[in-house]
Design a protein around this ligand. Structure first.
Ligand code: AMP
Ligand code: ZN
Length: 494
C-alpha cells in the first residue's frame, strides 16, 4: 500500500500478526453528506473489505465529528454544528442526530459496511482533556487566557518530523496563517489550539481547569484512535484534504503526548471533482446523492442507481482524482450492467466436461490471479475491473452457446465463479440491482416477461397493433424496453 508518510508503496506488515487496526476520519455532521464524502468512505470501505477478505481480523474505527470543527477549518470562528443549530433554531445535538442518521442511511444505500466502532468527539471529552494535560506536562503546549495551544515550534525542533506527512515547512506557515483573532495569544503562528475557551454565546462547552471551553478539532482523532487501537496502530485514513493541518497536527499531538507516532501507514484518498473543481459543501459545488439517484439536477441527464454510482467510483483508483460527469456515469452504468450480466450467466454454467488442463485453463487461471494482483497493488480497483472485463468474453461465449473452450476444467470454471462473486460482492461491495439476488425473483420476473412477450407476439400476428403498442408503452413507463428482432422480441431494463 502507498504510505503517504514515506511517499512510497510499502509491503503491508501488520503490527500484530493477523490483526489490523484502522482509523478513518469520519464526517462532520452539520449537513447532508455529499458525494465527495461518500467517495472517501467508499474507498476505505473497499480497503476494509479487502483486508477482511485476505483473512485479517480488522478493527475499523470511523468517528463522528460533532464538536470542535470550526468554520474555515481554523482555530477561530464558529463551530460548524453550532452554526447550523443557530440557523435551524434547534439544539446542536439535534443537528448531530439528524445528519448522523442521514449519513448512516447513505452508507447503507451505497452498501458500505459499518465500522467496528463509531465514537463521537463529544463522547470523549474527558479523554481529550487528559491528553491536553499530558501534552502540557511533556512541555509541548501552553495555556493562554483559558485556551491551550500546541507549541509547534518547540515540538518541531525536538522532533524533526513535523511537516513530514504534509510536506509543509514550518516557517512557510508564518506567511500562510491568516489574521485570526486569537493569533496574538500564540507564541508562533503555526501553533494550534488543542483547547479553546468558549465565549458566552458558545453552545457546546465543558468545564476544564483552563476554562469552560471545548477541544480543538484535531484532538478528537488523536484521542479516539489511541483509545480503541492503542498508541501505535496499523492504518490511518482520510481524504487528502485532511493531510494538513488535521493529520499533521494529529501526529504532533500523539507524539507530544506519548512519544510515539500513531499510525504505521497513512492512506489518503483523493478528491471527487465536479467540473474540474473539488466538490465541497462549503462552496456549493456539490450534487447530492439523492439528486444523482433521481436525476433531478442540472448536472446529469438522468438518474443513476446507487450501484452504478458505486461502480463509477470503483473505476478510479482511490489516489486519483475523479471528475463527476454525465458521460462518465453513463459509461459506468453500462460497465456495471455488463459485468453483472456476465456474472449472472457465469454462476449458472453447469460444467459437465471432465477435468482436464489445457492452455485455456492456464489463461483463465492467470486472468484470475491478475485480478488479485491488481488489488494487492495498493487496492487498484480500476485495473482489477479491467482484468475482469478481459474474462467476460470467455463467459459470453457460453452464453451464445458457442463456448470457446470446450475442454475447460470444471475446477477452473468454479474458480472463475468464485473470483467473480467474491470480488464483485464481497470486496467491491456491489449488489445486483437487476432483481435477482438469489431469491428466485429474477426467474419469476423472466417467466412473467416471457408470458407478456408471447401475448404481444400473438397480438402482432393478429395485426392487433393497438394491443401490441399498449404493452410496449406500458412496459416502457416501467423502464422496461422491448426490442423486436428477427428471432422474436427481447426485453431489458432501461
Ligand atoms: P468532512 O465532513 O468535511 O469532515 O469530510 C469528511 C471526509 O470526506 C473527509 O475524509 C474529507 O477528506 C472527505 N471529503 C471532503 N470533500 C471531499 C471530496 N470532494 N472528495 C472526496 N472526499 C472528500
Ligand atoms: Zn480526524
Amino acid at each position: 500500500m502507498y504510505n503517504s508518510l514515506s511517499r512510497e508503496k510499502e509491503l503491508f506488515v501488520p503490527i500484530n500478526g493477523g490483526h489490523v487496526g484502522m482509523y478513518v476520519c469520519g464526517p462532520t455532521v452539520y449537513s447532508n453528506v455529499h458525494l465527495g464524502n461518500i467517495r472517501t468512505f467508499m474507498s476505505f470501505d473497499v480497503i476494509y473489505r479487502y483486508l477482511k477478505y485476505l483473512g485479517y481480523k480488522v478493527r475499523y474505527i470511523r468517528n463522528i465529528t460533532d464538536v470542535g470543527h470550526l468554520v474555515g477549518d481554523v482555530d477561530d470562528g464558529e463551530d460548524k454544528i453550532a452554526k447550523r443549530a443557530r440557523l435551524e433554531n434547534i439544539e446542536p445535538m439535534e443537528v448531530v442526530q439528524k445528519y448522523t442518521n442521514g449519513f448512516h442511511k447513505m452508507m447503507r444505500i451505497i452498501n458500505n459496511l459499518e465500522p467496528s466502532i463509531e465514537p463521537r468527539a463529544t463522547g470523549n471529552i474527558l479523554e481529550q482533556i487528559e491528553m491536553v494535560e499530558q501534552i502540557i506536562k511533556n512541555g509541548f503546549a501552553y495555556e493562554k487566557n483559558g485556551s491551550v495551544y500546541f507549541n509547534t515550534k518547540k515540538f518541531a525542533s525536538k522532533y524533526k518530523s513535523y511537516g513530514q506527512l504534509s510536506g509543509r515547512v514550518i516557517d512557510d506557515l508564518l506567511v500562510e496563517t491568516r489574521e485570526l483573532k486569537n493569533q496574538a495569544e500564540k507564541k508562533h503562528p503555526a501553533d494550534f489550539a488543542i483547547w479553546m475557551k468558549a465565549d458566552d454565546r458558545h453552545l457546546m462547552k465543558w468545564k476544564s481547569k483552563w476554562s469552560v471551553g471545548f477541544p480543538g478539532w484535531h484532538l478528537e482523532c488523536s484521542v479516539m484512535s489511541t483509545k480503541y487501537l492503542g498508541k501505535h496502530f496499523d492504518i490511518h485514513g482520510g481524504g487528502n484534504d485532511l493531510k494538513f493541518p488535521h493529520h499533521e497536527n494529529e501526529v504532533a499531538q500523539n507524539i507530544g503526548a506519548c512519544g510515539c507516532a500513531p499510525a504505521k501507514y497513512w492512506l489518503h484518498s483523493n478528491m471527487l471533482l465536479m467540473n474540474g473543481r473539488k466538490m465541497a459543501k462549503s462552496d456549493g459545488n456539490t450534487i447530492s446523492a439523492e439528486e444523482l439517484f433521481s436525476g433531478k439536477s442540472e448536472h446529469v441527464s438522468k438518474g443513476y442507481s446507487p450501484m452504478a454510482v458505486r461502480f463509477f467510483m470503483l473505476m478510479a483508483h482511490y489516489r486519483s482524482t475523479l471528475d463527476l460527469s454525465d458521460q462518465a456515469l453513463l459509461a459506468a452504468e453500462k460497465g456495471y450492467k455488463k459485468l453483472m450480466d456476465a456474472n449472472k450467466y457465469l454462476q449458472q454454467i453447469d460444467h459437465v466436461i471432465p477435468d482436464t488442463t489445457s492452455e485455456i485453463d492456464e489463461q483463465i487461471n492467470n486472468g484470475i490471479s491478475a485480478v488479485f494482483d491488481e488489488l494487492d497493488d495498493d487496492f487498484n480497483t480500476p485495473k482489477a475491473l479491467a482484468r475482469m472485463f478481459e474474462l467476460v468474453p470467455v463467459i459470453n461465449s457460453y452464453k451464445d452457446d458457442k463456448p470457446l473452450f470446450r475442454d475447460i476444467a470444471k475446477e477452473t470454471v468454479e474458480r472463475l465463479k468464485k473470483c467473480f462473486s467474491d470480488v464483485l460482492f464481497d470486496i467491491f461491495g456491489l449488489e445486483d440491482e437487476s432483481g435477482d439476488s438469489g431469491s428466485g425473483m429474477g426467474d419469476i420476473l423472466d417467466g412473467i416477461m416471457n408470458l407478456v412477450l408471447d401475448l404481444r407476439q400473438n397480438a402482432r400476428s393478429n395485426k392487433d397493433w393497438p394491443t401490441a403498442d399498449k404493452i410496449r408503452d406500458e412496459l416502457a413507463a416501467q423502464k422496461i424496453i422491448i426490442k423486436d428482432g428477427k428471432d422474436g422480441s427481447s426485453w431489458s431494463f432501461n
